[in-house]
Design a protein around this ligand. Sequence first.
Ligand SMILES: Nc1ncnc2c1ncn2[C@@H]1O[C@H](COP(=O)(O)OP(=O)(O)O)[C@@H](O)[C@H]1O
Ligand SMILES: [Mg+2]
Length: 246
Amino acid sequence: MIALKMGGSIITYKSRRFSINTEAIEHMAAELSQFNRPLFLVHGGGSWGHPLAIKFKLSSSSCKMEPTGVGRTRAAMLALSSRVQSALVDAGLEPFYISAQHLLQSEKLIRTLAAAGAIPLSFGDVVHEDRGFRVMGGDEIIKKVNDMIHFERVIFAMDTPGVLDSYGRTIKTLTRRELRLFEGKANDATGGLAAKLRFSFELAENGADVFLLKGDEGDELLKALNGQSFHGTTVKVLRDHRRKEG
Ligand SMILES: Nc1ncnc2c1ncn2[C@@H]1O[C@H](COP(=O)(O)OP(=O)(O)O)[C@@H](O)[C@H]1O
Ligand SMILES: [Mg+2]
């Protein structure tokens, strides 16, 4: 199975609250309608989820006991997802929403849906765990589901053509050595690019091909889905670090 994360940076305009990049969503939906293999889809929160999560002190790195703001944050995410799912439906696809809270008990459902031609879909959300409420971002969802499903390929669609160097040029192959260049303070609830790259290396070390690209650039997304060469970044791990599952 192949996994795609549609980043909050490409489905919304992160700098404008509750904005939607309709063209980009429709572009990706059209690309997906040309792809007929089992797919797991996740989207991020962009300017819908993150500002509310931050306002109510919800994040991926800490839990809080009281539910203040949980309902409002989740309602915003549901509204955003409704827009994303409608675009997918309009492109002839059959998204099947599973909440982040329930994903980890849903391995069989994910496999069954994908085999039937539907697209199991989830999104960054607030979950409740032993120590309280916290955000489980889209990138983390991909990592958690990968531990059950072992994706062949994982694609992160964002608003930049992959990971950029300090001159703004796409880094074609990213190794762990370069990782420290992207460590820094993220101004969102899930750790931004640095956290995405940490998850990316874990995914790659667990045997997935991991690609990062611009979601609405030509047919680069479709090429990456098909495993053809594309404009963007490939995460590279040393062979010894790669634990291919059977
Ligand atoms: N060196 C860089 N290369 C690529 N993207 C970067 C870089 N520095 C900052 N970014 C920003 O990081 C964002 C991708 O991380 P993130 O905000 O977590 O995306 P998403 O919304 O897809 O989860 C892009 O929107 C991009 O603007
Ligand atoms: Mg993010």
